[in-house]
Design a protein around this ligand. Structure first.
Ligand SMILES: [Ca+2]
Ligand SMILES: [Ca+2]
Ligand SMILES: [Ca+2]
Ligand SMILES: [Ca+2]
Ligand SMILES: [Zn+2]
Length: 628
């Protein structure tokens, strides 16, 4: 009878024992009250404040001194004006070098005026450091991963924005000199605080033909009705003097290219001039990132709008009608999903097969981000020379641009029309901020213009950067989102080893390997860029065990069955190769079965499997084969 090729249970009994090799780190001071203090009082920081360069870098240095075992500080380079771009490297040094661990990159305020990004980055660093000894979740993150945190990227403009009177929108760019008005002089007419109140508001002149008047309460400039007979005004512009006597005010301010259009991916001359990475501030960052291929994901803090802008893989081309039907079907599916989860996300983007996992991973991550951040909306990010486009498209790291804060519409929109009327805004100022934050119109004598009016607008930290009282709540939940993402960095393990006797002294061993987290061990993009290291399963055994064959590729459940029934005649997709190691990539939440055939002489032997993943860690399991 020709039945030898079919698996026969011969009555042998196989006894398997698993030995998990894991290091257990001693933990101290961990407290059991999750609602209580977790070390915040060990190093107090006033979060209801915006910090100057000297102040925030001083905090960074003090933090490092207080937590030297889990924090390093260093400069990644200098700005145009010679300021150091200081970086905190946070990881438990005793569990391995920072470069050997999967890493999160976080930077803030590439746009000079967006300094709540500094607060959020600094808050994350402080949270990780102060809670390390108390909070098992944080402890585990800091033991396992590296956080590279650059609170202020555009340090010259960041400092100016906080230290000097400025509009909410300025200074935004890096300090490359630029002749905005083409008169041969560079940056010769900046804004000034004309009335000396520390704020840059708007200037108005009295004008019988002006289109504006004061509101009834005298606090705002509003449109004047036809036939209005009272005092009329015309708006001049932001506060400032005519420094060069050319008849124009504030016509040549500081600021070169937009630093977040200066990165190489999708770069254009118009916004990112004069060439990609021309600014030392952006170049220092990108060179650091190139030098640290352990960076797996990145966060970039901006304002405003409460957006989670994530990088999605490239879309496949579609006709207009295909796009339309995709929009419709996405909306339908989303509506159904939101009956179960109001934070559910779906995006009308079709990607090619090799990018499908990245699209799914990002959708899953930003769905949780929408839950954690509550009033933030996930959208797909832009590509035009932006930092987070370079991170994903050139480095293969998952990337997120967070537009922090926004208008107080969700707090102060009392009639629920989704917009904030002037009256609603003023009520927010009066009741939530006790009047602080508004500049009432007042008369001022201007050296170039004579008698003018200044005011009718909010102070600097009222729009793009929130009033101080809102800083901490924004920072806290944003730190939680970054930590959630780090908690989903890949983590591999050997789930199961199953051994079956086939025939004679031949055994089939199916090893189940698993990545328990949302992120894969390497992004689809990094695979396409060939900028990744495959996961490896290595087998070693006692001297009496030899490997007959390995399935070079993983087997899914269906294929495993077909291979099983067809004996040693595998389907052509399965590449058989003899050898001691098998390479593959574990996607997020994926299990794979790796099959080996081994021969054993004698009645007892041991085999050991080593799973090694550059981003997902390692696992080892042993099994004993014994015939009784
Ligand atoms: Ca000029
Ligand atoms: Ca200029
Ligand atoms: Ca002023
Ligand atoms: Ca001028
Ligand atoms: Zn920005």
């Amino acid at each position: 009878m020709e039945t030898t090729k079919i698996y026969i249970r011969t009555g042998l009994m196989l006894i398997l024992t698993f030995i998990a090799l894991q290091t257990v780190m001693p933990q101290n001071k961990q407290q059991d009250s999750p609602g209580g203090s977790h070390g915040e009082l060990d190093f107090t920081i006033n979060w209801k404040k915006y910090y100057t360069y000297d102040q925030w870098t001083g905090i960074m240095k003090d933090l490092q001194k207080a937590y030297p075992g889990i924090c390093d500080i260093g400069s990644i380079g200098k700005s145009r004006m010679g300021r150091d771009q200081l970086l905190l490297t946070i990881t438990n040094k005793s569990t391995g070098d920072h470069k050997e661990k999967t890493a999160m990159w976080v930077d803030g305020a590439i746009h000079g005026n967006e300094v709540n990004g500094i607060t959020c980055s600094l808050y994350l660093a402080w949270f990780l450091l102060t809670r390390y000894d108390y909070d098992p979740y944080v402890h585990n993150l800091v033991d396992s991963y590296t956080f590279y945190i650059l609170p202020g990227l555009n340090v010259d403009a960041n400092n100016s924005y906080v230290e000097y009177p400025n509009t909410p929108n300025n200074p935004r760019e890096t300090y490359r000199p630029e002749d905005n008005d083409g008169d041969g002089l560079y940056d010769e007419d900046l804004t000034e605080d004309v009335d000396g109140d520390g704020e840059l508001s708007y200037m108005y002149r009295e004008d019988p033909k002006g289109n504006l008047r004061l509101s009834a309460d005298g606090r705002r400039f509003v449109n004047a009705e036809d036939g209005f007979k009272g005092l009329r005004f015309t708006r001049i512009g932001s506060e400032g003097f005519d420094n060069d006597g050319d008849g124009q005010i504030n016509e040549d301010d500081i600021g070169g290219p937009d630093p977040n259009r200066n990165y190489p991916y999708g770069w254009t001359l118009n916004a990112g001039n004069p060439y990609p990475m021309s600014e030392s501030e952006t170049r220092n960052v990108f060179e650091f990132q190139l030098d640290h291929p352990n960076i797996f994901a990145s966060f970039h803090y901006h304002n405003t709008g409460r957006l989670i802008m994530f990088q999605a893989p490239p879309a496949v081309e579609m006709s207009a009608s295909q796009r339309e039907s995709l929009m419709e079907s996405t909306e339908e599916r989303l509506e159904a999903l939101r009956k179960e989860n109001k934070y559910a996300q779906l995006f009308p983007r079709r990607v090619s097969n090799e990018y499908e996992h990245d699209m799914n991973v990002q959708t899953n991550i930003v769905t949780e981000g929408a839950y954690i951040l509550k009033n933030y909306r996930p959208v797909i990010g832009g590509l035009t020379g932006q930092a987070h486009a370079a991170t994903y498209y050139m480095l293969g790291a998952y990337s997120y641009l967070i537009e922090l804060w926004g208008s107080p519409v969700d707090i102060a929109d009392t009639d629920n029309d989704g917009r904030l009327s002037d009256e609603e805004y003023m009520k927010w100022i009066d009741l939530d901020l006790a009047g602080d934050g508004w500049i009432n119109p007042h008369k001022v004598n201007h050296p170039d213009l004579g008698d003018i009016w200044i005011g009718g607008s909010a102070k600097k930290h009222m729009q793009r950067t929130p009033p101080a009282r809102y800083v901490e709540m924004e920072a806290e939940k944003n730190a939680r989102f970054v930590m959630y993402c780090a908690s989903q960095f890949p983590s591999v393990k050997i789930d199961d080893i199953s051994v079956n006797a086939i025939t004679g002294n031949i055994y089939r061993i199916d090893v189940t390997v698993e990545n328990e987290k949302v992120y894969p061990t390497a992004s689809d993009r990094s695979v396409q860029l060939e900028r990744y290291t495959p996961d490896v399963l290595k087998l070693s055994g006692s001297g009496n065990i030899t490997i007959v064959e390995t399935s070079g590729k993983e087997l899914d459940e269906g294929r495993r069955r077909s291979w099983y029934f067809r004996g040693s005649d595998p389907s052509p997709e399965i590449q058989l190769s003899s050898g001691e190691k098998t390479e593959f990539r574990l996607k997020g939440k994926e299990k794979k079965i790796i099959r080996y055939f081994v021969a054993m002489e004698g009645k007892k032997g041991t085999i050991e499997f080593n799973l090694i993943s550059k981003n997902g860690g390692t696992d080892t399991k042993k099994a004993t084969l014994r015939i009784e």
